[in-house]
Write a protein that binds this ligand. Structure first.
Ligand code: FAD
Ligand code: FES
Length: 282
C-alpha cells in the first residue's frame, strides 16, 4: 500500500481523520455486571475498524486510555466496554447518556480473519472477551465453525454471554465453579485440543492465560493470534511506552501471531513496562 498523500489521497485523508480527536456524545450506557459498563457512541471512523483494533478514549479533565472496540457497525454505532480498575476507568463509569468523551483511532492492526468455513477456537478471559465478540460476529459471516470458550474467576465477572449466545454456542468456565464448568479456560481448551484439530486459535485475556494458550497452540501445531496489553500513551508508535521486545504494542499489535510471540519470548508472559519506564514481572 502506498503511504504518501500524493499517491494515495484517500488513505492520507483517512489517516488524518483517525488521528484527529473527535468529541462524541454517549448514546447509551449498559451495565454488563457490577464492574463493567458498555458505552455506545456514534463515530464515522470507527465504522471502518477491524475487530481487535482499539481507540484512545479521552475522559475530559482526567486521562486518555486505550480501549478495544466492543461493537463496530457500518452506520458508525460503536462501543467500548470498560472494567473499572483505576482513576480513568472509574471516571468513565460516572459518565452518563449525553456526556461527551473524545476518541482517536481506531489504531493497531486488528485480527486477521480466516478464510471461509474454517474451524476456529476463540478463548477469552475476563475483559478479554471484549474484542472477541466483534471478531466472532465477523467470523460467523464467513461461515466459520466456532468454539467460543469464556473464562472468569467467578459468575459475577462474566458479561456478554447474551451477545456471544446470539451468534455461537459458548462454553463457560469459572475458577470457583459458580457458573458453567469449574476450572481454568486453558484446561478446557487443552481437553478440546486433545480431541479436535482447529485451523486457528484466537485468545485475549490476562497475559498468563494468553501465554498458556500460545503454548497449547504450539503443542498442537495450530496458528495463533492474541491481543496483548501494555501501558499505552501515544497509541501511534512514537513514545515507546508500550514496548515488548522488538515490538510496540500500539503499532505492531495489539494482535500478534505465534511467529511474533516466539520472537518476543523474553518478555511475552514475563515482563511489562510501567508508566515510568521500569520493567516489572507480570
Ligand atoms: C490495546 C488495549 C486495549 C484495551 N481494551 C480494554 C477494554 O476493552 N476494556 C477494558 O476494560 N480495558 C481495556 N484495556 C485496559 C485499559 O486501558 C486499562 O484498564 C486502563 O487504562 C486503566 O486506566 P485507569 O486509569 O482506570 O487505571 P490505572 O490508574 O492506570 O490503574 C489502576 C490499577 O489498575 C491496574 N490496572 C491497570 N490496567 C489494568 C488492566 N488492564 N487489567 C487489570 N488491572 C489493571 C493497575 O495495575 C493499577 O493497580 C485495554 C488496554 C490496551 C493496551
Ligand atoms: S504507546 Fe507510544 S509507542 Fe506505543
Amino acid at each position: 500500500m502506498e503511504f504518501t498523500s500524493e499517491k494515495n489521497p484517500k488513505l492520507s485523508a483517512y489517516l488524518t481523520a483517525i488521528n484527529r480527536l473527535r468529541i462524541v456524545k454517549i448514546q447509551s450506557v449498559k451495565e454488563e455486571n457490577s464492574n463493567v459498563k458498555t458505552f455506545v457512541f456514534l463515530d464515522r471512523e470507527c465504522a471502518e475498524a477491524k475487530p481487535g483494533q482499539f481507540v484512545m478514549v479521552w475522559i475530559p479533565g482526567v486521562d486518555e486510555i486505550p480501549m478495544s472496540l466492543s461493537a463496530i457497525s457500518p452506520d458508525g454505532r460503536s462501543a467500548i466496554t470498560v472494567a473499572r480498575v483505576g482513576e480513568a476507568t472509574t471516571a468513565l463509569h460516572h459518565r452518563k447518556v449525553g456526556d461527551v468523551i473524545g476518541v482517536r483511532g481506531p489504531y493497531g492492526n486488528g485480527f486477521l480473519l480466516t478464510a471461509p468455513a474454517r474451524k476456529v477456537m476463540v478463548a477469552g478471559g475476563g475483559t478479554g472477551v471484549t474484542p472477541l465478540v466483534p471478531l466472532t460476529e465477523s467470523l460467523v459471516k464467513l461461515s466459520a465453525e466456532i468454539t467460543f470458550l469464556v473464562g472468569a474467576k467467578t459468575r459475577n465477572e462474566l458479561f456478554f454471554l447474551d451477545r456471544i449466545g446470539d451468534v455461537v454456542q459458548e462454553a463457560v468456565v469459572t475458577e470457583d465453579g459458580s457458573y458453567g464448568i469449574k476450572g481454568l479456560v486453558t484446561d478446557l481448551a487443552e481437553k478440546i485440543l486433545k480431541k479436535e484439530k482447529f485451523d486457528v486459535i484466537y485468545a485475549v485475556g490476562p497475559e498468563r492465560m494468553v501465554q498458556k494458550m500460545f503454548l497449547l497452540a504450539e503443542q498442537y501445531n495450530t496458528p495463533f493470534q492474541a491481543s496483548l496489553e501494555r501501558y499505552i500513551r501515544c497509541g501511534i508508535g512514537i513514545c515507546g511506552s508500550c514496548c515488548m521486545g522488538e515490538y510496540r504494542i500500539c503499532r505492531d499489535g495489539p494482535v500478534f501471531s505465534s511467529e511474533q510471540l516466539r520472537k518476543a519470548r523474553d518478555e511475552f508472559g514475563r515482563l511489562k513496562m510501567e508508566a515510568d519506564g521500569t520493567k516489572v514481572q507480570l
